[in-house]
Design a protein around this ligand. Structure first.
Ligand code: AMP
Length: 507
């Protein structure tokens, strides 16, 4: 998915006493790895000394025992996993970032996309701000540090900054004394917190990361809420709550989140099962077996099988050892990549009428290749069912598609896609069924703009152009400039308020 940005994952830990918070963050990030495999980073706070390390690669590869030992102990830590487009300076784009400002030091990491980024940046530039990148994170940190000049605390500065920043963000901030979590007013991106038995507070994009470190989910951070964890316990600021329509990204349930996570009280696994069952009701077909495309198509396939009575079968084996961004050395074509990632279990499909379930069709290349693989393995018929409606709009909140041109459902009807991909039949989830995924009571609280064009916020004017300008920025990566791009261990060496780290767009 070279042209798509995806969600990132954030993680934070506050411990009442000095301990191995780096290890906790490591395990948390490991559980969030599906939200981003491009780069990752951890910052540990040891009595106001921020030790940090970040680099491109998977958590397991970046955080070697040596790096973990260097990070040392502390009582607060932040972590981030990032997914972005390939070839855009992966290393320099990594988070968290650490900044020193006139009132102290802070580290920040976030997941989302700032809709009024251009406006904010221009405003700051007119007051003399210097930017190293086109990153949203750089703008957010500038605004918070600016607000900090006239605030009594970092949380007050974040509160003021939230008046200015529009769009989607789930943010974790660390000061020498505090861990702070904040969620945008619409609550586009998930963010929750919990506690371990020994009293550590954990903040994470998804509850699966809480489970991974032995913490129990306490609750979601509310849209617009700021939650502060420090030596006095937990406090919240709710000035921005209930000011905007709640609009959690429906794609979290469809594709982004892990099935074992619970978001806004709804199990992701259950939501996908419901989508599968709805597809079985809306598009019944006579078939011998139902199979799902790993990973995010599996739960919906089980839901379809259960509802239709057609047996579920294991149709694919996915190579577990490659990330979503895998690029085969010396192999350029996406077809090769699909083959390497996914193998058909011919025993399941040979001579059979197959119902194939995937979570979405975006550009339409993946489904065509998967159908081809099934036919080669001897499938008699392939009936594709998609557990999302046709993807027809740009997203300004994180799923960054460069142009509508890339969206197959914008250019072709369902019948045409079916024919082009050599399917026997094709059915997309009906838009009306989306509300079933999250329970009728949450009906009004999702953003499904990518499917229904109802954007919960003002979107940038001249949409296509804005997207293209993001997409064509060329990133320069200076691998020798280790300390200023922050990609190597720099301990406590960030020295000026302008030493913002080089980052990439959108995450
Ligand atoms: P395509 O139709 O070729 O664009 O591919 C759709 C496939 O990509 C589906 O199987 C999804 O699981 C996956 N997918 C959906 N959304 C995204 C995204 N934002 N980033 C990466 N992969 C995605």
């Amino acid at each position: 998915m070279e042209n798509l940005h995806e969600e990132c994952g954030v993680f934070g830990v506050y411990s009442p006493k000095k301990t191995n918070v780096a290890a906790t963050t490591y395990y948390g990030l490991f559980a969030l790895q599906h939200r981003g495999q491009e780069s990752c980073g951890i910052v540990v706070n040891d009595e106001g000394v921020f030790n940090h390390y970040k680099d491109s690669g998977l958590v397991n590869d970046v955080f070697t025992p040596e790096v973990m030992a260097e990070l040392g102990e502390g009582n607060i830590a932040l972590g981030h996993v990032r997914y972005g487009t390939t070839g855009k300076g992966d290393r320099v784009n990594s988070q968290p970032i650490v900044v020193n400002h006139v009132k102290g030091r802070m580290a920040l990491a976030y997941n989302g996309n700032i809709v009024n980024y251009m406006e904010l940046r221009q405003e700051l530039e007119m007051t003399g701000a210097i930017f190293h990148t086109t990153s949203d994170m750089e703008v957010i940190s500038y605004i918070i540090t600016k607000e900090r000049l006239n605030s009594h605390s970092i949380e007050e500065a974040i509160d003021c900054a939230m008046d200015k920043i529009k769009g989607a963000y789930s943010l974790v901030v660390m000061s020498p004394q505090k861990l702070i979590a904040a969620r945008d007013k619409n609550g586009f991106k998930p963010l929750c917190y919990g506690q371990t038995k020994d009293g550590r507070y954990i903040v994470a994009s998804e509850s699966c990361a809480l489970n991974a470190v032995g913490a129990e989910l306490i609750r979601e951070i509310k849209p617009g809420e700021i939650v502060i964890f420090d030596k006095d316990g937990i406090r919240t600021i709710t000035n921005h709550c209930e000011k905007e329509k709640e609009a959690l990204c429906i794609f979290e349930y469809i594709y982004f989140a892990r099935p074992d996570s619970v978001i806004e009280g709804q199990s992701v696994h259950k939501a996908r099962m419901i989508a599968g069952a709805a597809l079985a009701k809306d598009y019944p077909v006579e078939a011998d077996v139902v199979i799902g495309v790993p990973d995010s198509g599996i739960d919906a396939a089980v839901g379809y099988a259960k509802e239709s009575g057609i047996p579920y079968g294991v149709g694919f084996i996915k190579n577990k050892y490659i990330g979503r961004t895998f690029i085969a050395p010396g192999q350029k074509t996406r077809e090769d990549k699909v083959r390497i990632k996914l193998n058909v279990v011919s025993e399941t499909v040979k001579g059979k009428r197959v119902v194939l379930i995937d979570d979405s069709i975006v550009r339409g290349t993946t489904c065509a290749r998967i159908v081809k693989l099934l036919r080669e393995a001897g499938a008699k018929e392939v009936h594709m069912r998609v557990s999302a409606p046709p993807f027809i709009n740009l997203c300004y909140y994180g799923t960054d598609i460069e142009s509508k041109e890339n969206l197959i459902s914008c250019k072709h009807t369902t019948e045409e896609i079916c024919k082009m991909a050599n399917m026997d039949s094709l059915g997309f989830l009906n838009i009306e069924d989306l509300s079933k995924l999250i329970g009728e009571e949450n009906n009004n609280s999702i953003c499904a703009a990518c499917f229904n064009s109802k954007y919960p916020t003002k979107i940038p004017e001249n949409n296509e152009e804005t997207k293209v300008s993001y997409g064509t920025i060329t990133w320069t990566e200076n691998r020798n400039n280790e300390t200023s791009d922050g990609s190597l261990y720099v301990g406590n060496q960030v020295t000026s308020a302008n030493d913002y780290l080089a980052l990439g767009p959108n995450n």
